[in-house]
Design a protein around this ligand. Structure first.
Ligand SMILES: Cc1ncc(C[n+]2csc(CCOP(=O)(O)OP(=O)(O)O)c2C)c(N)n1
Ligand SMILES: [Mg+2]
Length: 241
């Protein structure tokens, strides 16, 4: 999903990291006082391209914050079984790192604000590690219970939940009432239900290779010939106006 200021994800795990460094390069090149937060997981942190992005970002002092979401598991494997160093904030080596309690919403907000200031003021990149936990499996094919105990999940949920933690604080400090929080939950649920309903009634994308070229080339410069592929007669890749 792409929206203004949000550049989506990537099917190749970790590939969003150099893309994020590229976005930061654009910010610097266009002399914008802005930075890019590029987020990746503990599993993705072992991808070679992550370190390549670190190198260029440090060399060119790019305004990028590399945010590692350490939820303790990759796709079916504990971080300690796949990473030689699980202190992911130290992975930047020559880039300063910060470790943040990812289950504390206010700590995340505060640290992120600090990181943004650091990046937009020309100090180069930062590596931030948000220590958190993944209750679910990675995907449909990973039930998330074969490499850890149900007790561990239950324990994290009941003692460490980020949303519950913030709710408790807000109530204790008298910032909101219980019923106001319930209203927020209701609104959020409605918004998601509405968006799902709209997505489900939207038409399927056109099942032709034409869509692969949409929003890639400047109009009129789409390739007329693709190597290794026979194009249908009179087939045009030009997107419909
Ligand atoms: C290059 C590549 N290898 C493997 C996969 C399959 N895959 C998708 S996500 C994932 C693990 C992700 O773990 P992590 O980065 O910790 O993210 P989390 O799901 O915990 O947020 C893997 C192996 C992929 N998408 N791309
Ligand atoms: Mg993970």
């Amino acid at each position: 999903m792409f929206v203004k200021g949000f550049f989506g994800g990537n099917g190749i795990v970790g590939a969003q990291v150099p893309v994020g460094a590229g976005v930061a390069f654009a910010m610097k090149y266009m002399k914008k006082k802005a930075c890019c937060f590029t987020l990746y997981g503990d599993g993705a942190a072992n991808q070679g391209q992550v370190f390549e992005a670190f190198n260029m970002a440090a060399l060119w002092k790019l305004p990028v914050v590399f945010g590692c979401e350490n939820n303790k598991y990759g796709m079916g494997t504990a971080a300690s079984r796949s990473s030689a160093l699980t202190e992911y904030h130290q992975r930047g080596q020559y880039i300063p790192g910060i470790k943040v309690n990812g289950m504390d919403v206010l700590a995340v907000a505060h640290a992120s604000k600090y990181a943004r200031e650091h990046a937009i003021n020309g100090n180069g990149p930062l590596v931030m590690e948000f220590v958190t936990y993944r209750y679910g499996g990675h995907s449909m094919s990973d039930p998330g219970t074969t490499y850890r105990t149900r007790e561990e999940i239950q324990n994290m949920r009941s003692t460490n939940d980020a949303i519950q933690g913030l709710k408790t604080k807000l109530l204790e400090w008298g910032v909101v009432t219980e019923s106001a929080l319930k209203d927020i939950d209701k609104q959020a649920r409605k918004k998601v239900d509405d968006e799902v309903a709209e997505a489900e009634k939207s038409p399927e994308p056109e099942p032709t290779p034409k869509v692969l070229f949409e929003d890639i080339y400047v109009h009129g410069t789409e390739p007329q010939f693709v190597r290794g592929r026979i194009l249908e007669e009179n087939y045009s890749y030009a997107p419909s106006p």
